[in-house]
Write a protein that binds this ligand. Structure first.
Ligand code: ATR
Length: 278
């Protein structure tokens, strides 16, 4: 049976094994998928040992996405643009690296009928999570993709990595002069129950608000957006499942359906307290 792993630290909370087993059942395939708690010191060795043991591929989550990228013989354009790898494919003695986080976000938005093309989109954050989704978002041709970050200089540096006239940077103070069709929270603020300093003017009755974080309850950001009258609020559970579906496709050449796993995980989440970010 083909073997797969997800590396992270911490990793106990990972839903990837459950998601991939659901994909395997649905596509009538047999795979073995486990969690691996790694360390910065042991990560490279852990991956090489898994390859020697016949591993076919792996997912990589925090804090190993950059280390994983450095190990790859080949990288996709979206992995290069993300500066990080969340999917490894081991084949013919080579390590191929991809990043499915951005396409996972875009596919989740599409499946939730959220339009990106010709829309004014605000992306909050300038860390790895934000960087990972910029290229796939730009590929959907928003009229504008605007970056905002608490430390504005980081957003300016990030925008310079992408050669697009549609990509701009503003400060949080400037958000009072804009209204957006779609606002995506790629900051880690929700993980510490903090709210980014977004102006209430940024949200209208037409605004869809997305938080990459998911949990039993709406994040503080999504709750606040609801209170401002946002049209729709969406958490990151669908992004998690859609990025996994893209990884599964890279390994198994078959695209699983995301709806049933999403419903199953949503039901589990409402039954037990937890938080996460893909
Ligand atoms: P990740 O890999 O999840 O992106 P990261 O690289 O540490 O994590 O980046 C965290 C992001 O969340 C940064 O953009 C950070 O803003 P700064 O660059 O100013 O530090 C943002 N962030 C974290 N806490 C925040 C808060 N309370 N309000 C606004 N932004 C916050």
């Amino acid at each position: 049976m083909d073997k797969f792993l997800v590396y992270g630290n911490p990793i106990a909370q990972s839903k990837s094994p459950a998601i991939h087993q659901m994909f395997a059942t649905q596509t009538e395939q047999a795979i073995h998928y486990e969690k691996c708690l790694s360390t910065k010191e042991s990560f490279v060795n852990d991956v090489n040992e898994f390859i020697l043991a016949g591993g076919k591929g792996a997912n990589v989550t925090a804090p190993f996405k950059e280390q994983a990228m450095a190990m790859c013989d080949q990288l996709t354009e979206r992995a290069k643009a993300a500066g990080a790898v969340n999917t490894l494919v081991f084949s013919a003695g080579q390590i191929k690296g991809d990043n499915t986080d951005g396409i996972g976000l875009v596919n989740d938005l599409i499946s939730q009928k959220v339009e990106i093309s010709n829309k004014k989109v605000l992306l909050m954050g300038a860390g790895g999570a934000a960087r990972g989704v910029i290229l796939p978002l730009l590929a959907q041709n928003p009229s504008q993709l605007i970056l905002v970050n608490r430390t504005m200089a980081k957003a300016v540096t990030l925008a310079k990595c992408f050669d697009s006239p549609n990509l701009q940077v503003i400060s949080f103070a400037d958000t009072e002069n804009h209204a957006f069709d779609l606002i995506i929270n790629a900051t880690s603020a929700s993980l510490s129950a903090a709210l980014p300093a977004l102006s209430t003017n940024a949200i209208t009755a037409k605004t869809v608000c997305y938080d990459m974080v998911y949990g039993k309850q709406l994040s503080p950001f999504l709750l606040w957006c609801q209170q401002q009258g946002a049209k729709q609020v969406i958490d990151g559970l669908g992004m998690l499942i859609n990025q996994a579906a893209e990884s599964y496709f890279l390994w198994r050449k078959v695209k699983p359906d995301c709806e049933t796993p999403l419903n199953t995980l949503r039901a589990e989440l409402t039954a037990a307290p937890s938080k996460g970010k893909s």
